[in-house]
Design a binder for this molecule. Sequence first.
Ligand code: CP
Length: 332
Amino acid sequence: MVKWVKKDLLGLEYLSREEIELVLYTADSFKEVTTRQIKKVPALRGKTVVNLFYEPSTRTRTSFELAAKRLSCDVINIAVEASSVAKGETLIDTGRNVEALNIDIIVVRHSSSGAPYILSRAVKASVVNAGDGWHEHPTQALLDMYTLKSKLGRIEGLSVSIIGDIAHSRVARSNIWGLTKLGAKVTVCAPPTLIPIGIEKFGVRVTSDIDEAIRGADAINVLRMQFERDSMQAFPSRIEYFKQYGITEERLEKAKPGLVVMHPGPINRGVEMSSEVADGPRSVILEQVTNGIAVRMAVLYLVANAKEHLTLPSPPSGERKKVRGKETQFEQ
Ligand code: CP
């Protein structure tokens, strides 16, 4: 039996392989819910979720809101720029005041690495990391792995290349933790100036040769160049980056026939990849976005029930079955 006992989801570094598999397995049941005509279950009725985003977001904030609503939660979105943060209120004070309104789960995105960890120590509510600085973006990596598993049937043994600004990428870090724990072979590929020193210690192969990263890969996960975090200071120009590292149909000619192309979004078209690739048959970019709802439903459901030491059956290998949570019916 796999037990989920964690109040928070702060990063995939802190999850075991079994806990990651449990999230993916739980997401499978919720995926079915998201395809129904009435896309709602009472699993978390009476709970309240706050989205506290200190950085811009389209996909993550919207899908957390939808995930919470699909679980029958009440949802509040705090626009940080229009909140008392603008008057100098600290993260901890904001968190404690939000909690005083009887909030159960705080979903936080912050430009500072470690901010969700600090918040989780200050409040009794569950804290879910929606991306912190360069550190982790755990739900992005979970939905990336969920999408990979849906497309290719497994994670174990897959060759996955993560390409782009590895140095500034929380998506890369969470994917490296998650994929290596689940037994994938991970390659990171970037210009040498965008590869952190010592990244090999995380069990990944490192290359600056884009053709080598594509050749033999089952999937490539192409990262956004983070202009707001000085990605381009490590490379002369966007045009030169695209010429040397941009993913094009021409480059993909040598790829495996079934190669899966992923990108966490938002895409800089003509920088990380051509529109032909982004919108082409290998791309699963929009499927990643869709899968984000089921994966975030699973995360909210698991952390909300953690205090009860929720026990779920071990996921059967290579087979999909519905999860029947304690006291909770996913089906109406
Ligand atoms: N992938 C991702 O985090 O996108 P958003 O910034 O739009 O949430």
